[in-house]
Design a protein. Structure first.
Length: 336
């Protein structure tokens, strides 16, 4: 029996038709290189329109690159970035923030269901500067979080305010921010909240490999293109990184598909016979499941991962069908 990866990650889904059609459209004729073309300009305008903000926008190959370059722009090599202990930059990027930042460190903070505990943040900010420890210089946030929860604007403001009061920068990893927006978060509030650098996720939202690096603090855009070029993130045929955003933003497909993914997660959670461990607010469901049962689920043809907190994660995407949700729910009921 071949394994099915419908719920392993939203990365396993195909690219959405709107994104692929935009790629085909961008492939007509000749265009200038390195992001100076009309397709890239159109995509950047659509991103600015989505956020209702004047910002510099660049398109890169991966979220890891976008996050690491952002961190490197906000902290010096002898400084550190505050982040949730299970944030992607802390657990899944193979030291890329420190590599791109030439030694930038990470300060890991606790918090339920992927949200940073404000008290823990305040305690970290209150630590004295000493010669033997990298001091905090920036905050990295994620929404939707690694556990599928969504910060409210008020929750973000509570975390950002003390950071900005100390003159530090703020980065937001938005790999699944479309799902957060579909759950009710207003993306137009980001700039007003004090976010300096924002990664608008493409791949997890239904695009081929591409992410938008949105520079809300335009002072950070100085020499950004040489930085990207040195990092291998300034592709010569840049229009092919930008085009999927045109396809997904011009008629609202990004948020429409994210809302579908969220709805499929809610449907799966409602049918789930195992204990759900985190609030289902976006497109993921985390459940309590022992190793033997997980092995039986794999043997039945459904592949999903055990996550950082020991739970088993099911992720829905733009391409998840109701039939697939019903099939996996039946398989799970047979195992419960």
């Amino acid at each position: 029996m071949s394994a099915r990866y419908d719920f392993a990650s939203d990365n396993t889904a195909p690219a959405a038709p709107e994104a692929m059609q935009a790629l085909l459209d961008a492939n007509q004729g000749y265009a200038s290189g390195y992001g100076t073309d009309a397709v890239t300009a159109r995509a950047a305008d659509l991103v600015r329109g989505l956020l209702d903000v004047d910002a510099e926008v660049r398109f890169v190959a991966s979220g890891t690159a976008a996050n690491a370059i952002s961190v490197a722009a906000l902290a010096r090599p002898f400084e550190a970035v505050l982040a949730h202990e299970h944030a992607h930059i802390c657990t899944d990027e193979t030291g890329a923030p420190g590599f791109f930042g030439q030694g930038v460190g990470l300060i890991r903070l606790p918090g339920a269901s992927g949200r940073i505990d404000p008290t823990a943040l305040e305690a970290a900010l209150a630590q004295p500067d000493v010669s033997y420890r990298q001091p905090a210089a920036a905050l990295s946030l994620t929404t939707a979080t690694e556990y599928g929860t969504v910060y409210s604007a008020e929750q973000l403001a509570r975390l950002i305010a003390p950071v900005k009061a100390r003159g530090h920068g703020v980065h937001l990893d938005g790999a699944r921010v479309a799902n957060a927006a579909a759950a009710g978060f207003d993306l137009t509030q980001l700039a007003g909240l004090g976010v300096d650098l924002f990664v608008l996720g493409g791949a997890k939202a239904g695009m081929p490999p591409t992410e938008a690096l949105v520079i809300l603090d335009k002072a950070l855009a100085r020499r950004i293109d040489p930085r990207l070029k040195q990092a291998g993130q300034l592709p010569s045929k840049g229009r092919f990184y930008a085009a999927p955003f045109v396809g997904m933003l011009q008629d609202g497909a990004l948020l429409r598909h994210a809302a579908h993914a969220n709805a499929m997660a809610a449907k799966l959670a409602a049918a789930m016979p195992f204990k759900v461990l985190h609030p289902v607010e976006a497109n993921a469901v985390f459940v309590e499941m022992d190793d033997a049962t997980l092995a039986r689920l794999h043997a039945a043809g459904w592949f999903v991962y055990r996550f950082l907190d020991g739970s088993v994660r099911f992720v829905c995407s733009w391409a998840t069908t109701e039939a697939a949700v019903e099939e996996v729910a039946e398989a799970l009921k047979g195992l419960a």
